[in-house]
Design a protein around this ligand. Structure first.
Ligand code: FRU
Length: 450
């Protein structure tokens, strides 16, 4: 009853990071970290899906399995790049011998986009500079100034987190360049990425061990970015990509429209208290694809335009006067799989929307106009984790919600902020209610059943 209708989820077992995202020969390839053996972290495989539109996915054979000496305890996260017409996958071979970790950055290639041939390590465990521990993983490869670069998440020997970069001319021979973060980011930085969009660039990564600070950094681990060039090592203003609850280890790729697109893991390491495990033998899914725009001081994230393909029946309301509360079910607006867009231009009072409303359940997004604060509350959502997450927001002008069977993604003001969360309500909790403190006329509500 909680299996995602339009999010990528595993058939069984555990899914974590999206890997190897690439638009290649007119098709999207998506891989994810998969443990097919149990709903827990274990020997990771690369599950493989293919799509013409980023929406309808076809399952292909598993691309990588942990069967070799250099990856026997897991084919960990990594990325894809095209060279000479072939897909090149770079991933971390995780090895543990008597509890001692080794880390190999490995290559696998494919001519047909279905069968992958492992070529073994290109950065050997012995090549890891002595300044770092074996928490050295998640190669993301890209081209900059005619040189291939690989960013890798790393831990210094003093147990602080950073990101390092290697260079190569041929994707085979790699040399260590330097650290690209000179501050401490917790005890480990996972899944780094680097993107450029016209004039602006951003370094993305998922630091572990940053302490909560008011409304900031409240998830167990964070995922975020610094607006900067790869070389601007002293710029360390870290911004979270998502305000919670489940969002981690995102990866980007360039889509058919030449835009940077991001997909994240809708999950969190070490948090496995999800009711799907016991009831349905699967856990976690990926976020929807988000188109990124890098501005001078922020990354904006909007739902990928191809998601419009999911839209079925449409209900549109205009100029709806509301004071106190309005039950949208009266207009046929309700359900457990939908897209909902509410235009709130000129909002001058507190606003609240309850989703998946049932007799005793509701998931509440609210905006406090005085405090300029947006909050997602899942204390009454049903089964699973509870809690609230908040962020400051100068104005609330628009909310754009994607509701799936066990998740909700809420985009604010065309991607200024995003909240992503798993919720596990009852089947019968389908209501949607809106509340305002003072009289307000909502310019437009658009609802699409999915
Ligand atoms: C992030 C991560 C990566 C690692 C992978 C293993 O969630 O810990 O650093 O490569 O998961 O599944």
């Amino acid at each position: 009853m909680w299996k995602s209708r339009f999010h990528v989820a595993p058939p069984y077992g555990l899914l974590n990071d999206p890997n190897g995202l690439i638009y290649w020969k007119g098709e999207y390839h998506l891989f994810y970290q998969w443990n097919p053996n149990a709903c827990e972290h274990g020997a990771k495989h690369w599950a493989h899906l293919r799509s013409k539109d980023l929406i309808n996915w076809e399952t292909l054979p598993v691309a990588l399995s942990p069967t070799d000496s250099f990856d026997k305890n897991g084919c960990y996260s990594g990325s894809a790049i095209e060279k000479d017409g072939e897909i090149h996958l770079f991933y971390t071979g995780n090895v543990k011998n008597n509890g001692v970790r080794e880390s190999y950055q490995c290559l696998a290639t494919s001519k047909d986009g279905v069968n992958f041939e492992k070529k073994g390590p290109v950065i050997h465990d012995n090549d890891i500079p002595k300044e770092y521990t074996r928490h050295f993983r998640d190669p993301k490869v890209f081209m900059e100034n005619e040189t291939y670069k690989m960013v890798i998440g790393a831990q210094r020997v003093d147990l602080t987190g950073t990101v390092v970069v290697f260079s190569s001319k041929d994707l085979i021979n790699w040399t260590f360049d330097k650290e690209v973060i000179n501050e401490d980011f917790g005890f480990m930085c996972e899944c780094p990425d680097f993107i450029t969009d016209k004039k602006n660039s951003a370094l993305l990564f998922s630091p572990q061990g940053i302490e909560a600070d008011g409304d900031l950094y409240n998830n167990r681990y964070q995922s975020g970015y610094i607006i900067r060039e790869l070389e601007e090592i002293n710029k360390n203003n870290f911004i979270e990509l998502d305000r919670g609850f489940e969002f981690y280890a995102p990866q980007t790729f360039i889509d058919e429209f030449h835009k940077n697109v991001l997909i994240g893991w809708m999950g969190m390491p070490e948090e496995l208290d999800h009711p799907t495990i016991e009831k349905e033998n699967w856990v976690h899914s990926l976020t929807l694809p988000r188109t990124l725009e890098i501005t001078k001081n922020k990354i904006l994230q909007t739902p990928h335009p191809n998601l419009k393909k999911l839209r079925k029946e449409k209900i549109q309301l205009e100029g709806i006067k509301i004071k106190n509360s309005l039950n949208l079910s009266e207009f046929g607006i309700c359900g457990d799989t939908y897209e909902l867009i509410i235009d709130l231009k000129n909002l001058d009072t507190d606003f609240k929307i309850d989703l998946r409303v049932g007799e005793t359940e509701k998931t509440t997004f609210s905006y406090n106009y005085e405090k300029k604060k947006a909050t997602l509350n899942r204390n009454h959502s049903g089964a699973g984790y509870t809690g609230t997450r908040s962020c400051s927001l100068k104005e609330l002008e628009k909310i754009h919600i994607f509701m799936d069977k066990s998740s909700v993604e809420i985009f604010l003001n065309d991607g200024e902020e995003v909240f992503t969360a798993n919720i596990y309500p009852n089947k019968s909790s389908l209501g949607i209610e809106i509340m305002t403190k003072m009289l307000f006329t909502i310019p437009m509500i658009k609802f699409f059943r999915i």
